[in-house]
Design a protein around this ligand. Structure first.
Ligand code: DX5
Ligand code: ZN
Length: 212
């Protein structure tokens, strides 16, 4: 079962409620929240306060992608704000087991993320504790970048050699043109920002990505 997660990074935040209603009617399965701290990535987005406000205006599960240096402190805050799943990067300088413990203790599922130039085998010690693995298909920080096909190898290794059978999410440059390759490699949760919010007919885009 393929799930589609529109990334709100490309939504119009001045009309967020309508934007969310639009992708919900269009068949979105979850909402992807991109959290950036201007340290781990060169961009800054929003904190738990906004996640909590989004929680109040939708019933879709919230998928929180932390692109921040300190998920140990803030991961639990996003869990308490009502995010179902909170993912953090293996590239940060913290103990993943501790971060997972903290997120779970605050009531959310935890998952881990690898950048395009990180070998997914690095996740091996914590895979049995990850409810989801997110494989980045662009370098994090901005929407609208081009898909990096070499990351499909990370997904194949995850599904094959590492035997990971839970959700595998892919994020960055996903569109009706790139979704088929991502699915073929083994991804089942597809994040898309500009490909959905950048087009007037969101339902058609969601369908095209799902059916690609
Ligand atoms: C990139 C973010 C992505 C981004 C994807 O740093 O993690 O979630 O919003 O945007 P598109 O789909 O436009 O590449
Ligand atoms: Zn993301």
């Amino acid at each position: 079962m393929v799930k589609i997660a529109p990334s709100l990074l490309s939504a119009d935040f001045g009309r967020l409620q309508e934007e969310i209603a639009d992708v919900t009617a269009g068949g979105a399965d979850l909402l992807h929240l991109d959290v950036m701290d201007a340290h781990f990535v060169p961009n800054l987005t929003f904190g738990p306060f906004i996640a909590k406000a989004i929680r109040r205006i939708t019933e879709l599960p919230l998928d929180c992608h932390l692109m921040i240096e300190d998920p140990l402190t803030y991961g639990p805050e996003f869990a308490k704000a009502g995010c179902e799943i909170v993912t953090f990067h293996v590239e940060v300088d913290q103990d993943p087991a501790e971060v997972i413990d903290a997120i779970e203790a605050a009531g959310a599922k935890a998952g881990m993320v690898v950048n395009p130039d990180t070998d997914v085998r690095r996740l091996a010690p914590w895979l049995d504790r990850c409810a989801m693995v997110l494989v980045m298909s662009v370098f994090p920080g901005f929407g609208g970048q081009s898909f990096i096909p070499e990351v499909l190898e990370n997904i194949r290794v995850l599904r094959g050699e590492l035997g990971y059978d839970r959700d595998v999410e892919i994020d960055g440059g996903i569109s009706p043109a790139t979704a088929a390759a991502a699915k073929e490699a083994g991804a089942n949760v597809l994040v898309a920002g500009s490909a959905i919010f950048g087009k007037p007919d969101r339902a058609a885009q969601i369908r095209a990505i799902r059916d690609a």
